[in-house]
Design a protein around this ligand. Structure first.
Ligand SMILES: [Zn+2]
Ligand SMILES: [Zn+2]
Length: 546
C-alpha cells in the first residue's frame, strides 16, 4: 500500500515562502548570504512581484531573512529561535495539514492557477470516478462540473468529443444533430450500436454520454443548428464545439458564437488528415475570416436558388476513419477543457495534423477587417415571451415601444412568402421558413418545373401575416431576435422558453423526472456586452440560414 500524505492548501505566497525556507534549511542559502535579485526570484518561482514581496515579508517576520535597505535581502542563521517556524513554513502550516483530505478548497485567498502547489484533495479512487484528475496540477473539479458545453454534430468527431467530455466529467452537455444513425456510422462512432439504426444521432449520443458517466447532465436537440437552435442556448454556454462536415453549418455556428461572444472549437477530418482551431470573438480571425473570396461567393450563390443549395448541403459526405476522429476529437476536447479553465488557447490559429507523415503544424490566419461575422449583440432584453405563443405583432409592438414607430424586426431565417411558376404563372402563398420547404415542394405541381420564390426576412408592420406566431415563421424556442430603427438595435430574448428549451435533464434517473421543469434553469453569468457596434446597422443583417 502506498501511503499518501495529505497535501495542504497554500496560497501562492505561502508556497513561495516555503520554497525559500527550504533553501535555507537544506543549506543552499548560507547564513549571511544575499538572496538573488527580486527579478530573478520572480522568474525562478514563477510569481509576481507582489506575491514575492508577500513571501519575503513572511520570511522576515519569522526571522529567517533580513532586509538591508538599499542592498537587498540576506539569509539569517537557522537556530532554535526560528527552527520551528522554518520547518512549518517549508513543510506546510500545521493548521492546514489537519484539514480532512476530502474537504473542499477554501474560498478567499489567492489560489494557485497552474502549479504543483494546487490544493490536492486526496481522492477516494474506489468511489470517486474523477479522482485521478485531482492529481493534475491545474484541474479544477468545480469548474469542470459546472461547465456547459454544446457539441454540434454527433458524427465521428462528435462521438469522440462527447465520449471525452463525459469521461472528464464536464457537467452539462447539449448535443445537437439532425441526422439519423445508419450502418456506416458504426465503424467510427463509439457511442452507437447496431440496434440504434435509424434513431436520432443526438438522442442516442446523449443517452450514451449519460451511461458513460451518469454524473453528467445531458440534453439533446434532434434538429438543424442553422435554423432550430435558439441563440439563448448559445448565450448560456461556456464553450461550443463544432463537429461539423460543411461550411454552411460552420458559418452559422461562427456567427451565432460571435453574436453571443462565445468561444468555439472547430474540428475537421478527412481520411488521415485533420485540423483543429479555436475561435474567440474579438481575438484574431474568426471562421468566416478564413474563407476565401471564392468560398464566400459559393456560399452566397445559394440565394439565387436557395432550395437547391440546401439540398446539396445534405448530400456532402467526407471519407474519414475512426482513428483521425479520435485524434482530432481529443484535441478539440482538450481545447474545450482549457477554455473551461480559462487557460490560454490560441484563437485564430489552425493546427493541422497529417497522419500520413505524422506531421503537426500550427499557423495563424489573418483577421479580415470587413468580415461580416464580427458583430456582438448588445444588451439583451429578456421577455417572458415564448416562440409558440408570441406573434410577430406582439414583438413589433414591444420593439416600437423601445425604438419608435419605424422599428422593424429582422428574422434570421428567410421566409418564403410565395412561390410563382415561371411557366403557368400560378402563385402559391406559402409563408413558410425556407428550411421547411423541400426542393421537391418548390416545383410547380402542374408543370413540374422549379418555381421562383419570394423571400423576406424583415418584418416592417405592413405584412398580412402579423398574427402568426414566431414559431410558425421559423423562430426557434429561446431565440434572441433583433429589431432596429435604422440607427439603433435592440435584442429581445424569448426567455419564457427557458425552462423547456434548456434544462440538461434528459435521461435523468432520479429527482422526479419532469416534475419540476424549473429545475433546469440556468443562471446567467452576466449580460452580453456590445463590443464593436457596427457603424452601419446593415452590417448586422444576415441572410444566413436556410
Ligand atoms: Zn471574421
Ligand atoms: Zn406551372
Amino acid at each position: 500500500m502506498i501511503k499518501i500524505q495529505p497535501v495542504s492548501y497554500r496560497t501562492l505566497a505561502e508556497s513561495a515562502a516555503g520554497k525559500l525556507t527550504a533553501f535555507l534549511l537544506e543549506g543552499s542559502l548560507l547564513p549571511g548570504a544575499q538572496l538573488p535579485p527580486e527579478r530573478e526570484l520572480m522568474t525562478q518561482l514563477g510569481i509576481s512581484r507582489a506575491t514575492l514581496r508577500e513571501a519575503l515579508k513572511s520570511l522576515e517576520k519569522n526571522r529567517l531573512i533580513e532586509s538591508r535597505p538599499g542592498v537587498g535581502w540576506f539569509a539569517r542563521a537557522v537556530d532554535e529561535s526560528n527552527m520551528t517556524q522554518a520547518k512549518e513554513m517549508a513543510g506546510g502550516a500545521a493548521t492546514q495539514a489537519s484539514r480532512p483530505a476530502t474537504s473542499e478548497p477554501p474560498t478567499g485567498p489567492l489560489r494557485v492557477p497552474i502549479a504543483p502547489e494546487k490544493p490536492i484533495h486526496i481522492p477516494n479512487l474506489k468511489k470517486d470516478r474523477l479522482g485521478t484528475f485531482e492529481f493534475i496540477s491545474w484541474w479544477e473539479r468545480e469548474k469542470v462540473q459546472a461547465a456547459k458545453v454544446m457539441v454540434i454534430g454527433a458524427g465521428a468527431l462528435g462521438n469522440e468529443v462527447i465520449k471525452n467530455l463525459s469521461l472528464m466529467g464536464v457537467g452539462n452537455l447539449f448535443i445537437v444533430d439532425f441526422d439519423k444513425i445508419e450502418a456506416a456510422n458504426l465503424s467510427r462512432s463509439v457511442l452507437f450500436r447496431e440496434t440504434d439504426n435509424n434513431r436520432s444521432k443526438a438522442e442516442v449520443a446523449a443517452a450514451r454520454a449519460k451511461s458513460v458517466n451518469p454524473q453528467v447532465h445531458v440534453q439533446y436537440l434532434n434538429g438543424d443548428v442553422t435554423t432550430q437552435l435558439g441563440l439563448g442556448i448559445f448565450r448560456r454556454m461556456d464553450a461550443v464545439i463544432g463537429c461539423l462536415d460543411n461550411r454552411e453549418a460552420r458559418l452559422a455556428v461562427n456567427r451565432f458564437c460571435y453574436w453571443m461572444n462565445k468561444p468555439w472549437v472547430d474540428g475537421a477530418i478527412q481520411e488521415l488528415l485533420g485540423l483543429v482551431r479555436v475561435f474567440v470573438p474579438g481575438q484574431g480571425a474568426c471562421y468566416e475570416c478564413t474563407l476565401t473570396e471564392q468560398a464566400l461567393r459559393d456560399l452566397s450563390m445559394r440565394y439565387s436558388c436557395p432550395l437547391l443549395a440546401r439540398q446539396n448541403i445534405l448530400l456532402g459526405k467526407v471519407p474519414t476513419t475512426p482513428t483521425i476522429a479520435s485524434i482530432i476529437g481529443a484535441m478539440q476536447s482538450q481545447e474545450a477543457l482549457k477554455l473551461i479553465h480559462s487557460l490560454p488557447v490560441e484563437p485564430g490559429k489552425v493546427t493541422h495534423f497529417n497522419g500520413m507523415v505524422n506531421e503537426m503544424r500550427t499557423t495563424a490566419y489573418s483577421a479580415r477587417e470587413d468580415c461580416e461575422s464580427h458583430w456582438t449583440y448588445g444588451e439583451i432584453t429578456e421577455l417572458p415571451a415564448r416562440a409558440e405563443r408570441t406573434t410577430l405583432a406582439d414583438l413589433l409592438r414591444i420593439a416600437r415601444a423601445d425604438l419608435g414607430p419605424d422599428a422593424i424586426i429582422e428574422l434570421d431565417q428567410e421566409l418564403i412568402v410565395s412561390l410563382e411558376c415561371p411557366n403557368c404563372h400560378t402563385i402559391e402563398e406559402t409563408l413558410k421558413p425556407l428550411s421547411e420547404v423541400s426542393f421537391e415542394a418548390g416545383h410547380c405541381p402542374t408543370c413540374g418545373i422549379l418555381r421562383e420564390s419570394t423571400l423576406t426576412h424583415a418584418i416592417t408592420g405592413e405584412e398580412k401575416f402579423l398574427h402568426r406566431t414566431l414559431a410558425s415563421v421559423g423562430v426557434p424556442a429561446l431565440h434572441i431576435l433583433r429589431a432596429h430603427n435604422g440607427v439603433q438595435y435592440r435584442f429581445y430574448e424569448l426567455t419564457g422558453d427557458l425552462p423547456e428549451a434548456l434544462h440538461f435533464h434528459h435521461f435523468e434517473q432520479t429527482g422526479g423526472g419532469n416534475g419540476s421543469p424549473a429545475r433546469g434553469r440556468v443562471r446567467l453569468k452576466g449580460a452580453v456586452k456590445l463590443k464593436d457596434a457596427p457603424k452601419n446597422p446593415a452590417l448586422g443583417r444576415v441572410k444566413l440560414r436556410g
